[in-house]
Design a protein around this ligand. Structure first.
Ligand SMILES: [Fe+2]
Length: 183
């Protein structure tokens, strides 16, 4: 599945535009992380893009969340490492490799970065690690973002928080024109 097909698939399954935008933001972060680690960018990007594919159908049912998406993805012939990564973002037992752990951190940081971009007139343009760190410490800001999943990145995938935030900002900027955050 190429990127255009993948985005069409996302638009077919997601019912809310906010879900599509969230998926694209995590895609951008995952692609940037893959490049940093010298991993397969398409595989990581698709994992990010699909991770919450069934969000609008399963948000009230944590036991079904990601399993419905996995079913759709397998039917569509999507590769198993990507399906595993999608399952991993919501269910710990699938976090078996670097990519399946990275998606947890990417999901959380994308939430923080999008919220931070939305309150800036320049949106994601010129966003700095230092200002994102302040938002991270301010628990009243974007309270839905799991702080531990952001700060646990060193233990999870072996990069420092500062480096992770810098890569996350670049990843968000790479998809910013598609999600209205290019300033
Ligand atoms: Fe997510």
């Amino acid at each position: 599945m190429d990127r255009d097909e993948a985005i069409a698939f996302v638009r077919e399954k997601a019912e809310k535009e906010t879900t599509v935008r969230h998926l694209l933001s995590v895609e951008g972060v995952m692609r940037r992380l893959a490049r940093h680690f010298g991993e397969d960018e398409e595989t990581w990007a698709l994992t990010g893009l699909f991770h919450d594919l069934d969000q609008d159908q399963t948000h009230e049912d944590a036991d079904r969340h990601a399993f419905l998406a996995a079913e759709w993805l397998r039917e569509a012939g999507v590769a198993e490492p990507i399906v595993n990564g999608v399952l991993a973002h919501a269910h710990e037992r699938y976090r078996s490799d670097r990519m399946s752990r990275a998606v947890v951190h990417a999901d959380a940081v994308a939430g923080l970065l999008v919220a931070a971009a939305l309150v800036r007139p320049e949106k994601s343009n010129g966003m700095k690690v230092s200002s994102v760190k302040k938002k991270l410490k301010d628990k009243a800001f974007a309270p839905g973002v799991n702080r531990d999943e952001v700060t646990g990145v060193d233990e999870g995938i072996g990069i420092s928080l500062d480096e992770f935030l810098a890569l996350g900002i670049e990843g968000l900027q790479s998809v910013a024109p598609e999600i209205g955050l290019a300033g």
